[in-house]
Design a protein around this ligand. Structure first.
Ligand code: GLP
Length: 243
């Protein structure tokens, strides 16, 4: 794993936007695996600026998002489709037809999941997968468990994740309890992985991710065996790393 420590959230966001831009500049038709959450917001803002300045062109890019809440339509302001449109897609020159987010309203969830994986395969796989990290080590919505799933699947959210994500909803009861998420297989098959984290509250999980034992109870630790992972963190998130 390559670990890059930047001073603060803004510097981390700029650096990670540059890493993503490098991939697209090298391969204009790149397939990008994208993520939601508070962490990537400023990275996406940097990408919007870079797109306006002509430093990155999304016209041939395809994107596949990691996850979506079950039961929320793309118009719901807390759905991940809405998040992506609002925080990135509406402001860059990507063709929306080439942006994929699991359909949280799909009637046949199993079919939605298997088609999602097939689509990624047909696209030739993910060139760069962007990841945030949950406080409990979840990536996408792959929550700590005795067993992890390879494929895209429906999953229940842990109490801690529901609590952590409640800050985006009016009240905790409004947070969906289930989500569709890409599995560990989908993530691990990406050619390159970029994980970003910021702030003191991520310091413990970042130290487990980088220095802890590999365990399904901290799904992100599986990234230790991926051949091409870059982690960009700010000083606060890196504060518990030994070296
Ligand atoms: C959510 C998302 C994850 C994200 C995580 C961390 O649960 N499903 O993909 O990485 O939250 O979010 P934040 O960046 O807000 O800390």
């Amino acid at each position: 794993m390559r670990i890059i420590i930047e001073k603060d959230y803004e510097a981390m966001s700029k650096k990670s936007a540059e890493i993503l831009a490098e991939v697209v500049n090298e391969k204009p038709e790149a397939v990008l695996g994208l993520a939601t959450g508070g962490t990537p917001v400023s990275m996406y803002r940097n990408l919007i600026d870079m797109n306006k300045e002509g430093k990155i062109d999304f016209s041939k890019v395809t994107s596949v998002n990691l996850d979506e809440y079950k039961g929320l339509s793309g118009d719901h302001d807390q759905s991940y489709r809405y998040f992506m449109n609002n925080n990135l897609f509406n402001h860059i020159n990507i063709d929306k037809k080439n942006t994929y987010v699991p359909n949280g309203l799909a009637e046949d969830i199993e079919k939605e999941c298997s088609e999602y994986d097939k689509r990624i395969e047909n696209l030739g796989g993910i060139d760069l997968q962007l990841l945030g990290i949950g406080n409990n080590g979840h990536i996408g919505f792959n929550e700590p468990d005795d067993f992890l799933h390879m494929s895209t699947h429906l999953t229940g959210l842990t109490e801690g994740t529901i609590e952590a994500n409640a800050r985006f909803f009016d009240k905790k009861e409004d947070v969906p309890t289930e989500a569709i998420t890409m599995g560990l297989g989908g993530i691990m098959k990406a050619k390159k992985i970029l994980l970003i984290a910021s702030g003191e509250n991520k310091a413990e999980i970042i130290s487990k991710l980088v220095e802890g034992k590999i365990t399904t109870q901290v799904p992100a630790t599986l990234l230790q065996v991926h051949p091409n992972v870059t982690i960009v963190v700010d000083e606060a998130a890196a504060s518990l790393l030994k070296k």
